[in-house]
Write a protein that binds this ligand. Sequence first.
Ligand code: SF4
Length: 499
Amino acid sequence: MKIVIVENPRPLTIEHYNDVANAPLSASLNSGYALAIARQAGWDTAHLDFSTSGDIASASAARILAEDADIVLFHWVYAWGHEELLRTTITQLRNESRTRIGAFGLFPTLSCNRLLQYAPQLDFILAGEFEDSLNALLRHFEKEHAIAALPGVVIRGRAFVPRPLIEDLSTLPIPDDTGANCSYPSLNIAASRGCFGECSFCFIHRYYGCSRRRTRDLPSLERELEVRLARRDIQSLYFIDPTFIGRGESERNRALQIGQMAQRLALPFGFEARVDCIDEQLMTALTLHGATSVFLGIESGCDSVLKRIDKRITTDQIRQAVRIITESGLHLNLGFIMFEPDSTLAELEANYRFLEELGVLSEQELTANLLYHNQIVLFGSSAWESFEKQGRLLLDERLPFEARCRFRDERVASVCEAMGRLTSVYFRAMDANRPAMPDSATRCTTVQQCLQPGMGSSINELIKNAFQDLCRAAHSGSPKRISQVEHEYAERLHNIPVM
Ligand code: SF4
């Protein structure tokens, strides 16, 4: 018996340059876990990665068919408008083989019923945490040569029974390293699953069906590190847990023990955490153990917005967490939603002042990200449901599983659209000057190197000024004034000189 796991094509478009953060990082291990589960069940496996290719459907289908697998399982991630390509591939597989075709992961879980309609050739979807469901499905298939509506397996027209979450994560097999992961010097690894938060824009609790965080035991983490580090040269670790640090003393000790584990291996590490789990002593200790970076989803500089998105933190807590991290010498990465759809102009301006106060608007690429992160609405999210009810979804038939939404304040919408276009100009200019080949001797190798001396800071100022001037113009309520400001800044960005 053979299963092939396929990554769907999802080449990044400029429109989605700033939207990638909507997929949780934990998805990067899904295919690795699926392959390991299948082998443990006694199946032969193959992995085909079309994620960065715009491969034509027939070429993808031919490569999948060549594997002659009994089951083809798509790790289907939001495809940024390339869904049709995938649907054509699946149709071709159906026409030319008797293989069973399924999908798993976050997107198929959240879009389950709609996806079964959109791609009627799909035989099944593994909904939610998939490892136990896949194991049961493969063992059943080996005996019966049929896909059954087992717990966790969605089949069109059959009643769905959810599968309970895995209670002991240390029973999971060690995931394969797959696709692009294999070429990174940093190793993604999970020490826990789930999150106790319920932020309205987040998919984690929807995917697992609850807001609960589960940890694995430390010997199993150590075993996994030993095996995966022997596979290739690794220079650092990244813990992809939605929140690496839990609540309470025992969780703080656990984080420290993991830090010590990384230190024994002489590997620096990064992680993501909730603002309300950051404390000074712990950060100092983790830094001593080799922590180098922390990602914090701060999302807003307004308590009113934090409340609206159910973030359950305050701006004071954010100030404190950012101060602690900065003083610990850790590199700080931020998640921020500048254009929350119910925002007022005053809230946009408060966001700006807050980011300045935190001292995080000093580097152009980060500034461009922070001053333009629109909230894309993905099918299956609670935001989709609520905007649909309010009649505020802006649909585009080329993008069946994503939408924009109507802002409550038209003036905020104008600033958002203008900043979106301006940052696209910026990102395009930067992309055009990135090297075609990593070892190219003739082209510059980083954005900063592309710029003439001193240009980095002036571009940063340009983006910041654009944001503030657009907000000021929006107060006038005159679309003409906003578009004049946008035009002026677009001209200046177009003329970014490069070496
Ligand atoms: S803190 Fe909020 S956004 Fe972050 S993982 Fe938890 S629920 Fe999701």
